[in-house]
Design a protein around this ligand. Structure first.
Ligand code: NAD
Length: 286
């Protein structure tokens, strides 16, 4: 699977495009507008020049940011992924938007063997598979943020995904991209977010109820539990909109109060305080 399509060039899509190109694969990214395409390219350039300056570009994609970027095209027409072997969807965490996209991809992607993957954090893969004519080739390939740094990928076959699709996806993730895969059932949140999101929501409830400051909550987990960063800093990194959307999918699936988004999270999202990507969340960023 040497020809990769990535839909959405945001935080995750740009990361998936980067690791694919660094592995020597040919990548087409599709964004929703010219402005968003420009932003995606900017994200890729910034991340790759950082990797180059740290001497980390040594894969099959080349040793310079320019060589790796040369393997990536950013387009605005979905037709650009027609010839891809694998397409990874990384658009907003919204079920209706993803369902519409999978219907469109099913019409557009011509290779009969192509794998249609979603990077969703919480939406059941079955809901995306059944709107296509090839649910046996639809699978969750869930990367972690930041994609160039974190090793883990969750592989999420639905009840209708073929064992061949799962095996080819594992080979792509571990063989081509040099990541490590774990297998998950098709349940909202899979393994990592089903554990991580209630933890983050508890930290937000703790802040909201005045138990402790954001800084002290985070410092507590870093110094007392050896976490690399605290839960509120992590929420800012994930994006508060994505955190809330994942919580809502978990709540929808399990109806457990621990998955309910606290009002503070909802108000911050309403206010556009989405974390690092907007410069302000629980902390402020330059
Ligand atoms: P993001 O908001 O940074 O990026 C989404 C991008 O998709 C935007 O650039 C937007 O312009 C683009 N887009 C929206 N609709 C589109 C369409 N129809 N066609 C093409 N492009 C479109 O979001 P993100 O954090 O990159 O999350 C993307 C997906 O990855 C979500 O499903 C999210 O749950 C999942 N995910 C996120 C994280 C995380 O830490 N943020 C981790 C793992 C998985």
């Amino acid at each position: 699977m040497d020809n990769v399509g990535v839909i959405g060039g945001g935080l995750m899509g740009a990361g998936i495009a980067e690791v694919s190109a660094r592995a020597g694969l040919d990548v087409v990214v599709v964004e929703s507008s010219e402005e968003a395409a420009k932003a995606a390219l900017g994200r890729l350039e910034k991340s790759l020049s950082r990797a180059e300056s740290k001497g980390k570009l040594d894969g099959a994609g080349g040793t310079t940011a320019e060589q790796v970027l040369g393997r990536i095209r950013v387009e605005t027409d979905l037709g650009a992924v027609a010839d891809r072997d694998v397409v990874v969807e990384a658009i907003v965490e919204n079920e209706a938007a993803k369902v519409a996209l999978f219907k469109a991809l099913d019409d557009i992607v011509t290779s009969p063997d192509a794998i249609l993957a979603s990077n969703t954090s919480s939406i059941p893969i079955m809901k995306l598979g059944v709107v296509t004519s090839r649910p046996q080739q639809v699978i969750g390939i869930h990367f972690f943020n930041p994609v160039p740094v974190l090793q883990l990928v969750e592989l999420v076959p639905s009840l209708l995904t073929s064992t061949e699709t799962t095996a080819r996806s594992r080979e792509w993730v571990e063989g081509s991209l040099a990541k490590k895969a774990i297998d998950c059932q098709d349940r909202a949140g899979f393994v990592v977010n089903a554990l991580l999101i209630p933890f983050i929501l508890s930290a937000i409830r703790m802040l909201e109820s005045g138990f402790a400051t954001a800084e002290d909550i985070d410092r507590g987990l870093v110094l007392g539990a050896a976490h690399p960063q605290g839960p509120l800093a992590l929420a800012d990194l994930i994006g508060l909109d994505t955190t809330k959307a994942v919580a809502e999918s978990l709540y929808e699936e399990f109806k457990e109060p621990l998955y309910a988004a606290p009002p503070l999270l909802a108000r911050m999202v309403d206010a556009g305080l989405l974390g690092r990507k907007t410069g302000r969340g629980f902390y402020t960023y330059d």
